[in-house]
Design a binder for this molecule. Structure first.
Ligand code: FAD
Length: 474
């Protein structure tokens, strides 16, 4: 039997909102979860899951194309765009209905399908999807309304064929030529995936992974080119015009007085996502926000006590599903009088390009800026047996550690299964572990994790599969 001590209303059932709802229900709150679209939000319906479903298609195609390197001859395969879309929709629907069932298994979560706006600090007005409206009163309200694709000021942005990630994920065919504007995670993932799906991809990026470690971004750029993506960096799209049935993009280099013109069938604008605050009546109740999101303190409380904002919509600027979920857990545990035992200072960030990229903790640039005395060690996947057997030897694992207390401060990986390997680094950093914790741990052979182990050993000049630095004689 539940002792329902608090009423918590949550606006939005993305990975921030629905995880907060489940955690709040476990802690015996009465929960109202309000969603005007599909359960699962951007992540399940228009983000993480559909893109990673296509990523799998891309991997299979890449394996088929490269099968001759493994002594396997494959002839006559082709891609069915409609079947691709159907599989993606099935994966999304299976996951969404699974989450719906999970939510339904908590008797103290009431799912309300409709659009919420604030009447006052404790009351929401919900325009129900089925028609009509109702009011929901709560002791605390959590805003988890997420974000939406942001369009640039570029001329010609309204032309048909200029699309967002939402639109691209609904296409039932693979564009012959796809122009991607934006070198952030979303732009890079689509560029890499669609190249393998068969498009000619042209990438126009003002920077590649601007928040990542510079060395990793530098290594990624030639890999994108090697994959066959026509890549232009330090460039900005200036104007889009019709070119017969196709689209022409004029782009200008940032540092030199030079322009290029590229022609494609679709132009994907992947230039960031804006917080979704429209229609919430935040002004009416005094919740402060800007173009960067809803202002929150370190406990994710807004400028109105008792109202919280989590995930993509808040001003913290970290647009990742797992971060939204962790912020949700943190907030409900706080509301319910618990002391959340979560490290929200560091989080893994992954990029699903064909050569994966992942990072956790500080970049070298951040450590230099903070004046922290650190050392760095790298291990190349080309010296790792498992990577060789996989035929995926491009890339490195880089570990950064403090010279003061030997703690691991940052891990940066570009290479096979980087997005799984990063969690050893996440565990170490979130728990303030030092280099000896990794060195003490036997890593199984033959695994990619041995590359992590070797990079850690290298911090103390003890890596086994790295030749010693040449010592000067005399
Ligand atoms: P959302 O998931 O956006 O959910 C917000 C929900 O609130 C929506 O369902 C919306 O309909 C609802 N809502 C909004 N306003 C109202 C209202 N007034 N009333 C009722 N309901 C409302 N992140 C990763 O970690 N890994 C990835 O691989 C990854 N890939 C991505 C790929 C793409 C193409 C995109 C676009 C994003 C990707 N992301 C990824 C980012 C991730 O999807 C978001 O960070 C995450 O969904 C944010 O969760 P959220 O709960 O804050 O918001």
């Amino acid at each position: 039997m539940y002792r329902l001590t608090k009423r918590i209303a949550i606006i939005g059932a993305g990975p921030g909102g629905y995880v907060a709802a489940i955690r709040a229900a476990q802690l015996e709150a009465q929960v109202y979860l309000i969603e005007n679209r599909e359960i699962g939000g951007t992540c399940l319906n228009r983000g993480c899951i559909p893109t990673k479903t296509y990523f799998r298609n891309a991997q299979i195609l890449s394996d088929l194309r490269n099968s001759h390197e493994f002594g396997i001859k494959v002839e006559g395969f082709s891609l069915d765009g409609k079947a691709l879309l159907e599989r993606k929709n099935k994966v999304v629907n299976d996951l969404v209905s699974g989450i719906e069932r999970l939510i339904g298994s908590y008797p103290n979560i009431e799912l309300i399908q409709g659009k919420a706006s604030f009447k006052d600090k404790n009351t929401l007005n919900v325009q129900l999807n089925g028609g009509g409206s109702r009011e929901v009163e709560a002791d605390n309200i959590i805003i988890a309304t997420g974000s939406y694709p942001q369009m640039t000021e570029t001329k010609g942005i309204d032309l048909p064929g200029v699309i967002t990630s939402d639109d691209l994920l609904e296409l039932d065919h693979v564009p012959e030529t796809l122009i991607v504007v934006g070198g952030g995670v979303i732009g890079l993932e689509f560029a890499s995936i669609y190249k393998e799906l068969g498009s000619h991809v042209i990438l126009l990026a003002s920077r590649i992974l601007k928040d990542g470690d510079k060395e990793i971004a530098k290594r990624l750029t030639p890999m994108l080119k090697k994959q066959g993506i026509e890549t232009y960096v330090d460039i900005r799209a200036k104007e889009i015009t019709k070119d017969g049935e196709r689209l022409k993009v004029v782009a200008r280099y940032k540092e030199k007085d030079e322009e290029i013109e590229v022609i494609g069938d679709y132009v994907l604008i992947a230039s960031g996502r804006a917080p979704l605050v429209e229609g919430l009546n935040l002004e009416g109740i005094g919740v402060e926000f800007s173009g960067r999101g809803i202002k929150v303190n370190d406990s994710y409380e807004t400028t109105v006590p008792g109202i919280y904002a989590i995930g993509d919509v808040n001003s913290k600027g970290i647009q990742l599903a797992h971060v939204a979920s962790s912020q949700g857990e943190y907030v409900v545990e706080t509301i319910m009088g618990h002391k959340p035992d979560l490290n929200l200072e560091h989080w893994p960030a992954c990029v699903f390009t064909m050569t994966e990229v992942a990072q956790v903790g500080f970049t070298e640039e951040q450590l230099k800026e903070k004046g922290i005395d650190y050392r760095s060690s790298k291990f190349m996947f080309s010296a790792n047996g498992k990577a060789l057997s996989l035929g995926e030897t491009d890339g490195i694992i880089k570990i950064l550690a403090s010279n003061e207390d030997n703690r691991i401060l940052g891990v940066h990986i570009i290479g096979p299964h980087a997005n799984d390997l990063i969690h050893e680094g996440a565990l170490a950093i979130s728990n303030n572990m030092d280099v000896s914790a990794i060195k003490r741990t036997i890593h199984a052979h033959p695994t990619l994790s041995e590359a992590f182990f070797e990079a850690a050993l290298g911090l103390d000049e003890a890596a086994i599969h790295i030749a010693p630095k040449k010592k000067r004689r005399g």
